[in-house]
Design a protein around this ligand. Sequence first.
Ligand code: PLP
Length: 227
Amino acid sequence: MRGGELAGFAVKSLIAVRDRIARAAESAGRDPDWITLIAVSKTHPVSAIQQAYDAGHRDFGESRLQELLPKWEALPKDIRWHFIGTLQSNKAKRAAQLGVVIHTIEGAHQLREIGKGAPPEGLDGLIEVNTTGEHQKSGISPIALDELVSEVLNYPNVRLRGLMTLGHAHRNAEEQRPFFRMLRELNEAMGGTWLSMGMSNDFEVAIQEGSTHVRVGTAIFGERTQA
Ligand SMILES: *Cc1c(COP(=O)(O)O)cnc(C)c1O
């Protein structure tokens, strides 16, 4: 892309999203400082991320390892990268070696690979839960959660912070509320503190339901042209 114009737009949108987060938090009686905005930069160029970085932003989200790797190489090392896509076991070790926050732990085999790659000082991880019960959806079933939680305890270099979920593919923001609430209750039951939920279309509802990490792409960087 031709730098300035598009990227400048991203910065303005970033400020607008931060403002909406602050208002949603305040209306829910929550401190906005406890909510991390993950700018989901998948499909968007390094130059757009650099602009957001220059504006002071540090948390970015990517969903494919082959896209994350070159961005990780090219951009400043104090970026906190969040891996939010389906993570196949054969890529899990490499992703963990980068020291990224992994939001999509969902199985014992994958977890073993994450454990192999995670740095000795530890890596933050969240388990992805399929709260909506849609068949094609990634994440583990709520009934399988306890077992995976105890698995994670076998890996001292994987710090289980909490849970992540995606809303229902075909519902509006308000209709996501029961799924977000379910995730919060599951998280409280296991003693988690991070709740990764809420995207461009529903992050305000997610914040009302206790989200600590909202993952926002389109509302910051614009529509994606690729998948
Ligand atoms: C792409 C993606 C997002 C961001 O979605 P937007 O609707 O563009 O905000 C959030 N979470 C996950 C897991 C994603 O894959």
